[in-house]
Design a protein around this ligand. Structure first.
Ligand SMILES: Cc1cc2nc3c(=O)[nH]c(=O)nc-3n(C[C@H](O)[C@H](O)[C@H](O)COP(=O)(O)O)c2cc1C
Length: 296
């Protein structure tokens, strides 16, 4: 790996050294130096992107495209997008095009990423029969569980078998029966007859895997809204796929990978007339804001 600074182009602003003190050293009133040897490089591209004179070259960044910074949304436009983003569950029959799916995945790939390893995996399911079968199997399991949960004895069994997981899932129990029993009546409340599901996963043991996947998913949700598409996170897909190798195989998730979030996407049947602005978190001291409800 070779990083170099063109001494003719370099103006000596030392920004490269400020964004990457690991591999560049700042020279007051002089030109920065590249460490020799280069020690740890996350291949983040910051040294090249920050340089106004295009004086920094790095031969390990051939995967990256350095783009001109234009068409950035004004803060108010970005806030409008945040207010407009909705969990969309009503889709037309129109499949997503290859370009639309590529654009969603490209948005996912722009997210912040722990250690910049960029090893988030995306499994995209568009085959209608597979989507239907995923809904059917998840619905069947959910209905089975809903029936058992009507018995106090079974609830006790689940509580013992699932430990803390039982408490976490408990608020969802009232949803199980109405969701799953709608399916045989032709209404899919698991994947909502969406033409596309994206499961976002990482290898086992990735210390930043969950966060990497969820930040990528958040990008996909916002990109979908900006593109006029609809998208919704589906915890009812993530959790069953992680519990069942059969479902993971059916979806096409690589063996051993953990799915951290799943999203369905499609063309929305109708627009929303208004955005929703949630209240900003309130806090007297400005430091500790947000929910203070007990977690135990
Ligand atoms: C972790 C997570 C799991 C979710 N799982 C589901 C789901 O299984 N089915 C569903 O219809 N919506 C699901 N949602 C969407 C939420 O219900 C939705 O975000 C919430 O009601 C707020 O609506 P909004 O996204 O339009 O602001 C999930 C959202 C998150 C963040």
């Amino acid at each position: 790996m070779k990083i170099a600074i063109d001494p003719v182009l370099c103006s000596g602003c030392n920004r490269c050294a400020q964004v990457c003190p690991l591999n560049f050293s700042e020279t007051p009133r002089g030109k920065p130096q590249v460490a020799d040897p280069v020690l740890t490089c996350f291949h983040c591209g910051h040294c090249v992107a920050v340089c106004p004179e295009e004086a920094v070259s790095h031969d390990g960044l051939s995967d990256l495209r350095f783009t001109p910074l234009r068409d950035l949304p004004a803060p108010a436009q970005f806030m409008s997008l945040l207010h407009a983003r909705r969990s969309r569950r009503e889709f037309t029959l129109q499949p997503l095009s290859r370009e639309e799916i590529d654009a969603l995945l490209t948005a996912g790939a722009q997210a912040a990423n722990g250690l910049n390893r960029r090893d988030v995996g995306y499994t995209v399911v568009t085959e209608p029969a597979t989507l239907k079968e995923l809904s059917r199997r998840i619905g069947k399991q959910t209905l089975w569980m809903a029936a058992r949960l009507e018995s106090p004895l079974w609830r006790l069994v689940f509580r013992m078998l699932m430990g803390r997981g039982y408490k976490e899932l408990e608020p969802l129990f009232p949803l199980f029966k109405p969701m799953a029993s709608a399916l045989p009546r032709g209404r899919d409340m698991i994947l909502y007859d969406a033409p596309c599901a994206i499961l976002i996963h990482t290898r086992p043991g990735d210390p930043c895997g969950a966060e990497n996947a969820v930040y990528s998913g958040a990008n996909i949700l916002l990109a979908a809204e900006a593109m006029g598409l609809g998208a919704c996170v589906i915890g009812f897909l993530t959790e069953p796929v992680n519990r069942s190798q059969d479902l993971a195989r059916l979806a096409g998730v690589p063996p051993g990978h953990k799915v951290h979030t799943s999203i369905v996407a499609g063309h929305p049947r109708f627009p929303y007339a208004r955005g929703i602005a949630h209240p900003a978190p309130q806090g007297a001291d400005g430091l500790s804001r947000g929910s203070s409800s007990p977690t135990a």
